[in-house]
Design a protein around this ligand. Structure first.
Ligand SMILES: Nc1ncnc2c1ncn2[C@@H]1O[C@H](COP(=O)(O)OP(=O)(O)OP(=O)(O)O)[C@@H](O)[C@H]1O
Length: 274
């Protein structure tokens, strides 16, 4: 049982846009130090759920239900308070690292600005922390990397930099929306392994959003499956993957048997190029 003052608890979250229901009574619990998977086909409402946690739903959306983070109600929070939370206590990484990073700013600048805003640290301290973060996410030669720009890195390295940026202000929760979908298969496994380390070593809760049950089965501790804006299944990874109760989940798994098997094997041979 999760302590209600810890992690993220979404209860009966509904959201509609111009009267069209997008999310319907969504329940999701994401404890600390756990990877909570949110699966489902395209358009099922996974991203909208993650965005709503951060108050980033479209402005014309109407919502009901509850989103509690470390005991605090987020739904209806003023934007000033949400700003304080976003990128600090809860951060997010997205599918395309090149779209998440600014092409004209050095990596050092992109890893320090929000530290200075949220943590109030000096430029020098923020840079030192940024170097440590790049080391943690295994970007080669972290000191030199701080002076480089986006075009000088591979896609996998850029996603590592995005993870470093997401970790920069010591978040307690990380929402990862399709974090490996834009990457080569050979690089994906390294990013998944890094996210596992982040979760285990820093005790950060991760909400992993992906349509790919192969990725899900490699990383998630629990899996919630959505369809058409509703949760259709929830359980441990083992339960959901090996004994799905819902026909829709079963059809998703049946479509990907080989990939799930492959994803469940630890891909120890993956190199540092990611
Ligand atoms: N800004 C918006 N305005 C209106 N409807 C939207 C908006 N953004 C998303 N939707 C709708 O909300 C529904 C859920 O979309 P969402 O992006 O959450 O799905 P998803 O499960 O994350 O799918 P994908 O993997 O393709 O991103 C879809 O029907 C989508 O068309």
């Amino acid at each position: 049982m999760t302590d209600s003052s810890e992690g993220l608890q979404i209860e009966a979250l509904s959201l509609s846009i111009d009267g069209v229901p997008i999310l319907k009574n969504v329940d999701l619990i994401a404890p600390p130090a756990t990877v909570t998977g949110l699966a489902g086909e395209s358009g099922s409402g996974k991203t909208m759920t993650g965005m709503t946690v951060l108050g980033l739903q479209p402005s014309r959306a109407s919502t009901s239900g509850s989103i509690r983070f470390e005991g605090q109600q987020l739904l209806g929070l003023r934007s000033k308070d949400l700003n304080r939370l976003r990128g600090h206590r809860i951060s997010m990484i997205f599918q395309d690292p090149t779209a998440s990073l600014h092409p004209m700013l050095s990596i050092g600048q992109q890893l320090t600005d929000h530290q200075r805003y949220h943590l109030g640290v000096s430029k020098r301290e923020a840079l030192s922390r940024a170097g440590d973060l790049l080391q943690r996410v295994q970007v080669p030669d972290p000191e030199a990397a701080l002076d480089k720009y986006v075009h000088q890195f591979s896609g996998g390295q850029l996603q590592r930099i995005c993870i470093a940026s997401a970790l920069a202000c010591d978040p307690r929760m990380l929402i990862a929306d399709e974090p490996t979908t834009a990457l080569d298969v050979t690089v994906q496994a390294g990013i998944l392994r890094l996210l596992r380390q982040v979760c285990d070593d820093l005790k950060i809760g991760i909400v992993l959003i992906t349509h790919d049950l192969g990725v899900m089965s490699a990383l998630a501790d629990t899996i919630t499956v959505m369809r058409n804006g509703s949760v259709v299944e929830h359980g441990t990874r083992q339960q959901v993957i090996t004994d799905p109760q819902d026909d829709y989940t079963r059809s998703l798994i049946d479509a990907l048997p080989d990939r799930i098997e492959a994803a469940n094997q630890d891909t120890a041979g993956e190199g540092q190029n990611g």
